[in-house]
Design a protein around this ligand. Structure first.
Ligand code: SF4
Ligand code: SF4
Length: 260
């Protein structure tokens, strides 16, 4: 069974797809992309490239505002001459092990909505006319594709950020000034700057963060990123609770995500 384009589907649906070097379309999909990067995408990419978040943002991205809520959005900048992704080569993706979540999910896309306090993901097929992978090779359950492409960590790490904007009325963003937007940008995308901010702030004293957590926030990107999402929710919307110890940070999201 194959999925019609743009048809919402769930984790149990199936599609037939294969993608491998040697196909006539190999890397055609790595050009002219409107590829929005998530906070965890940037952590993985800056780390594999061995550069700071700031250097990554300067060299490889362009920032804009979300047309609906006005929050900052970061996109991967395509090569201005060729339109190609800066990480594609004749042999394929040069950052494959740390490629963005959207590249992992492709040829599927996802849509999120909030239903009764839960985030619900739906998946849909993206059928580009040049992509020869459809209706070839293995038949995948959507859930097996997600697992095969290593998406679980991405979905987990981005969850606190998805909770910031999904299902929240637009009025909640209306009064954000420059200071809040800069704070949002730093905590989402410039994790090294956020680390310095945490180290130099009174957060530890004001919120009774324990020593173990503070040490991990300085050493571990994933812990810091999860904390950043929680901190933003607290600082921008006055909701949620800031973790005070490591055991409150990982692994448990408070809002369950259902793949339906
Ligand atoms: S166009 Fe489709 S089949 Fe070809 S490389 Fe990209 S994803 Fe794979
Ligand atoms: S990051 Fe890799 S998989 Fe994604 S578009 Fe660039 S080259 Fe292609």
């Amino acid at each position: 069974m194959t999925l019609p384009a743009e048809m919402a589907t769930d984790a149990e649906d199936r599609f037939q797809f294969t993608c491998q070097p040697g196909m006539a379309c190999f890397t055609r999909c790595c050009a002219n992309l409107n590829l929005v990067l998530t906070p965890y995408d940037i952590v993985r990419l800056k780390r594999t490239l061995g550069i700071s978040a700031e250097a990554f943002l300067d060299r490889f991205t362009q920032a804009s505002s979300d047309g609906t809520c006005g929050l900052p959005v970061v996109r991967l900048r395509m090569d201005p001459d060729t339109g190609r992704c800066p990480f594609v080569s004749a042999d394929g993706c040069t950052v494959y092990a740390d490629r963005p979540g959207a590249c992992r999910l492709y040829p599927l896309g996802q849509a999120l909505k909030e239903v009764g306090g839960h985030l619900q993901r739906r998946y849909f097929a993206i059928r580009e006319s040049y992509c020869l992978g459809w209706n070839q090779g293995r038949v995948w359950r959507v859930a097996d594709w997600l697992a095969d492409q290593g998406l679980e960590a991405y979905q987990q790490m981005n969850l606190p950020f998805l909770r910031l904007s999904t299902g929240r009325p637009l009025i909640a963003f209306k009064n954000f000034g420059q200071r809040q937007l800069q704070m949002y940008f730093m905590a989402c995308y410039n994790l090294d700057a956020f680390r310095q901010f945490v180290a130099g702030s009174s957060l530890k004293r004001r919120f009774a963060l324990n020593d173990e957590l503070c040490q991990r926030l300085q050493e571990d990107d994933e812990t810091l990123l999860y904390f950043a999402g929680r901190w933003l929710e607290f600082a921008l919307f006055g909701t949620g609770v800031l973790p005070q110890s490591l055991s409150q940070v990982l692994p448990a999201p408070e809002v369950e995500v259902t793949d339906r």
